[in-house]
Each structure stands twice: as C-alpha cells, then as structure tokens.
Write a protein that binds this ligand. Structure first.
Ligand SMILES: Cc1cc2nc3c(=O)[nH]c(=O)nc-3n(C[C@H](O)[C@H](O)[C@H](O)COP(=O)(O)OP(=O)(O)OC[C@H]3O[C@@H](n4cnc5c(N)ncnc54)[C@H](O)[C@@H]3O)c2cc1C
Ligand code: SF4
Length: 572
C-alpha cells in the first residue's frame, strides 16, 4: 500500500469556485469576530482553526466559467461593503438594458414582453474567472491556505463518516507505473469536509451514490458552450443582456442562448460573452451542442453583435438544472455539500452564483458552530439543512421547482408550464406539483427510433470559416487547455467493449458529438465488430463532465487528472 503523508485540518474545502471561497471567507470572518468578542469580554475561549481550500485548476479561476449575469444578493450578504472595497471587485458592467429574442433559422423577433425570470436590471455582468480570482485574494488575506493545482481524488471515509480528502497522485505514467517524479497524493484529514466541486463533482457523485443521498428526482443537467469576443465599440455595449429561445434547438430540446455586453478592453473595444445552454436530456443521439452553438452565431440577429470582431476565449461546462426536487441530502457525518454540487442553480433564471455564495456562507456558519461544539456529526451538521430550508435560497428554488421537468414533454408545454408557475407560486401546468424526472441520459433515443430506421444522417458541414464559426479544435486552442500527456486516462470507460459493439449499433457513439472538446473519436480498427474503436484524446478535456452525465450506458467515469491539468480560462 502507498504511504501517504497525513496532514490535519479542522475544515477542508474542496473547490475554489464561488461557493467554496464564500465558505472560506465567511468562516474566517466568523472566527475573527468571535475572537474579538472574547478579547473584549475577557472571557470565553478564542478559536484557532486550520482551514484549507484545494482547487484542481492550476490557479484559482483557471477552471471557472459561467455566463455571467450575477444577482448581487449573494455578494451583498457575503461582503456588504464590496462596492467600496480595494482592490475593486471585477464587475464588467451593471445591466442597463435587457430583452429576449425568439430566433428562427433566418431571423427572429424581439419578444414584446421580457419574461420576468429574464429581467436583469440592476444585476451585474461579470467574468467568473476574474471574480473568483478576486475572492481568492480576499480569502488569502484572511489567512486561508489555498492550494491550487491540488485535485481531491478520493474522500477518506470511516463508514458513512467523511474524515478527509486524499489528493491526486503525481508522476504515474499512462500504464499506471510510477515515474521518477512520483509523489503520492497526501491525505488532508479534516473534522469537516465541505464539498464545493461545482456541477457533477467527482467526489460528491461517489458520496451521493455510496450513502444514498440522492434527492426525490435524479439530478438533470445542461451544458453551456461559450465564447468571448472582442468587438468594435458599439456592437454590443457593456451592460446589454440578451437571451434567446428557439433556433438552433428543436422543439424537443431544452435550452437557449445568451449575448452579454461585458466591459471595455484597454484598446477601446468591447468584450462580449456569447453562449448556448443545451439540456442534457435531449433525445437525438447525434446532437452536438458545440455545433448548435456555431449555428446560433450564423443567425443574422446574433451575428451582428460579432461583426468585425475576434473570438478570444472558449470554454464549456455542465450546470445542474434539476432544481429543488433533485437536491441531494447535503449534510452528514463530517461533510457538507454546497453550491452547484448540491444542485443549487435556478435554471429558470440561468443563475447560480448568488446561490453558491449564500450556501457557502450557510456552510461556514454551520462549520463555526460545529467547531465550537467540537461535534461534526450528522446531528450537528443538520444545522446546515435547517439554515438552507429557512433561507431565501429555498424560497427562490421553490418558485421554480417544477420548471425544468416541464420541458420533458417539449418546448410548448414547458413554456406553458413556466408561465403557470409564474402565476401560481411555482406550481406547474393546471396546478400540477412535484413533477417527476428521469436521469438525462435516459431520454436519448436509439438511432433506429430517432431516424425511423434510416440510420444516422450525415450532417452538412458548417462554414467553419475561422472568422465567425470554428471547429472544436480551433475553439479548444482558445481555452488554454493542457494536461500532462503521460498519465493514466482520467476518462475511465468501465466497459470499453460496448463502444465498438452495441454503442455503434444503438446510439452511433454519441460521445463524438456531445463532447465539446473533441476528446472522443471513433478510429479505424480492423478486427473489431464494426472496424472502428474508441480513441480518447484525454488531454483535450475541458472538465465539463458532459460525458459522465450523458453517456447512454453510464460507463464513463470522469476522475481528476494530475493537478493543474485542464483549461486555463480567461474572460469566461
Ligand atoms: C455556461 C454557464 C452559464 C452560466 N451562467 C450563469 C449566469 O449568467 N449567472 C449566474 O449566476 N450563474 C450562471 N451559471 C451558474 C454558475 O456559474 C454556478 O452556479 C456557480 O459557478 C456555482 O459555483 P460553485 O462554487 O458551486 O461551483 P463552480 O463555480 O463550478 O466551482 C467549483 C470549483 O471546484 C473545482 N473542483 C471540482 N472538483 C474538484 C476536486 N475534486 N478537487 C479540487 N477542485 C475541484 C473546480 O475546478 C471549480 O473551480 C452558469 C453556469 C454555466 C456552466
Ligand atoms: S471528455 Fe467529457 S468532461 Fe472532458 S470535455 Fe469531453 S465531455 Fe467534457
């Protein structure tokens, strides 16, 4: 057995996104306040807690990607004085104009009344990676130890209790042999472990499955594919927020697009965030979210925002969309689950940053109480569940609790359901409630059913002119993605034989289509059932987790690669 160094901490936070950083900052504030009060009163015990935050990206923010229009509610709660703080928070613009477009293939129209969930006046356009870098700086100033480049590989458990996190090994070759630089991942032993891994966290997934923590509905997800463009001034002013519905997605596929005016560049140009979210509960096995996004940019109402501009950044990531009924039980012996890992995303508003920040605060308050009591058992951590239930997080998620499930029967029914929910406090169509769901991959149809026995059609080539539209590899170049090549593949296919046999026949290897980074390829392989086999270009992976979610046989398990591997996002 590998000898692993063990380091003791009070609280280990896994993930340096908004939720994990909010936990760190708020916990440090609570301890500081407590110690000041003890000092002033001259009685009571001061508290000294060892808090550590680990992040798999090579620096805080390297893996952060979002839209993003942020509701300031979460930041107001975490850092009430943020508007006058130094250094200034990296806000691109305050939203001054918003509208929604219904797109058709050749045009579209402005929807006369912007649906209430898409109204954004007073919200803030941000780049999530700039924003979390800023939060990371605050956490460090407060004495939190942040370790970027250190993925949590496994949870350390004693029965159902989480007792810490084992870090990813470094220096293993692709065959699993130790290289000269081999370093076994150490163990961060913790009284309390806070899982803030974002959407489809690999440690959270294992824990939810092992301990049966899943919610009433299975979690469902979407994938967001995004570019940032530098465009001539005036094309898309800072603070303009546009949401789109309809084209390029068909009426059975959930999703929509966005165009957000970001800040000005030093050269006097404007930055624009543009992207498309596609529900990962689509039916067509040949659907390719990246291709759909490229098609969206060909629409004249969209391309005019980009005319004369240049794409400067690319990324993709999944997001949880199941809502309140899909939330897992988020506490237990020695652990809390927060932010996107706990499914705290409002998919009706496409907003989760404020919920992530707030859940991080509630986790910090729970951690503070647990440390004071010297008790991190499930009884003590249950305080987090009570806080969530009594908070505005719960009220907000309750108002859209039937939203995503409403689209399982198509767009028209989904929109009617959403309209009904607006009028009747979150109830679905005809006052239905507690709408059920299925895991997203279960909606994917087999080729024969989808294409009436005619086989998978050959898709027309997109222009991919390298100016407005791009192939996956060109886009990928602009994500800054890099991995150590000689390491075990972090996309673990547990039944590889399926790929060259049943999957070819039944689904036509959808991994080639849904991966936004060209990781999966079917290459010629004489001697196999269909003369082809799966090739995995693991070093292209942007950590979006789509394959782990959408593989129809559920045989792809995304695990952490060596620390620091993955995208190096900017502006996203
Ligand atoms: C395309 C897209 C558009 C969106 N648009 C908006 C928007 O406009 N407004 C809005 O409010 N919200 C939006 N959201 C949602 C919002 O971004 C999330 O709700 C929010 O970022 C969740 O924060 P988090 O801290 O829970 O997770 P994340 O932001 O995902 O952060 C998790 C962090 O944990 C790290 N990590 C994961 N696993 C490990 C591990 N095992 N070890 C170490 N580190 C690990 C990751 O690298 C990452 O840095 C959008 C999301 C997407 C994907
Ligand atoms: S391999 Fe999986 S996690 Fe990586 S980019 Fe492709 S779909 Fe996303």
């Amino acid at each position: 057995m590998t000898d692993r160094e063990v380091m003791d901490f009070d609280v280990v936070i896994v993930g340096g996104g908004p939720s994990g950083l909010a936990t760190a900052i708020h916990l440090a504030n609570l301890i500081e306040r407590h110690n000041a009060e003890v000092g002033k009163a001259g009685q009571g015990e001061p508290m000294a807690a060892e808090i550590v935050l680990i992040e798999k990206g090579k620096e805080i923010g390297a893996h952060a990607i979002s839209g993003a229009v942020m509701d300031p509610k979460g930041l107001d709660a975490l850092l009430p004085g943020w508007r006058t703080m130094t250094p200034k928070p990296p806000v691109e613009a305050e939203v001054h104009e918003d509208y929604a477009l219904w797109l058709t293939e050749r045009g579209g129209f402005k929807i006369p009344i912007t649906p209430p969930p898409l109204r954004n006046h007073g919200n803030l356009v941000v780049s999530l990676n700039k924003f979390v870098r800023w939060l990371g700086g605050i956490a460090e100033q407060k004495g939190i130890q942040t370790f970027p480049g250190f993925p949590g590989r496994n949870l350390v458990r004693s029965g159902s209790a989480v007792t810490g996190v084992q870090l990813q090994d470094v220096g293993t070759d692709k065959h699993g042999h130790e290289k000269p630089n081999f370093e076994p991942g150490g163990i961060l032993a913790a009284k309390l472990t806070v899982l803030a891994e974002g959407s489809r966290g690999s440690l959270t997934k294992q824990l939810v499955s092992d301990l049966g923590l899943a919610g009433r509905n299975p979690q469902t997800y979407g994938i967001g594919v995004k570019e940032v463009w530098e465009v001539p001034k005036g094309n898309c002013p800072p603070g303009l927020v546009v949401h789109t519905m309809g084209y390029p997605l068909d009426a059975r596929t959930f999703g929509g697009g966005w165009v957000y005016g970001m800040g000005e560049t030093e050269g006097g140009k404007n930055l624009v965030s543009i992207g498309l979210v596609v529900g990962l509960d689509y039916q067509d096995p040949s659907l390719d979210p990246h291709r759909q996004f490229q098609r969206m940019k060909l629409n004249p109402r969209i391309r005019r925002f980009l005319d004369g501009g240049k794409m400067v950044s690319y990324g993709a990531k999944s997001l949880p969309e199941g809502g309140l009924y899909a939330m897992p039980k988020s506490h237990g012996d020695g652990f809390l689950i927060i932010g996107d890992s706990a499914g705290l995303m409002n998919s009706m508003r496409l907003k989760g940053i404020h919920l992530a920040l707030r859940s991080g605060m509630l986790a910090a308050e729970t951690a503070f109480e647990c440390l004071k009591l010297g008790d991190c058992s499930a009884t003590a951590t249950a305080s987090y569940a009570r806080k969530l239930a009594a908070d505005w997080i719960h009220d907000e998620l309750r108002s859209c609790r039937n939203f995503h499930q409403g689209f399982h029967k198509g767009r028209i029914r989904g929109l009617l359901n959403a309209g009904f929910a607006q009028l009747f406090g979150g109830k679905g169509l005809l006052w239905s409630d507690n709408l059920p769901s299925e895991p997203g991959h279960a909606f994917m149809r087999k080729i024969d059913a989808q294409f009436d026995g005619n086989g998978k059609p050959k898709l027309a080539k997109l222009p991919e002119d390298g100016v407005l539209t791009f192939d996956k590899l060109t886009d990928l170049y602009n994500s800054g993605t890099m991995h150590e090549e000689d390491q075990p593949c972090h996309l673990v296919v547990t039944e590889p034989n399926l790929c060259s046999t049943r999957c070819v026949e039944e689904f036509g290897n959808p991994c080639q289509h849904f991966c936004p980074a060209a990781v999966y390829e079917m290459e010629d392989k004489p001697g196999t059932a269909h003369g082809i086999d799966l090739k995995i270009n693991a070093s292209n992976c942007v950590h979006c987790k789509t394959c782990d979610i959408m593989d129809p046989y559920q045989v792809i398990n995304w695990v952490t690669p060596e620390g620091g591997g993955g995208p190096s996002y900017k502006y996203l």
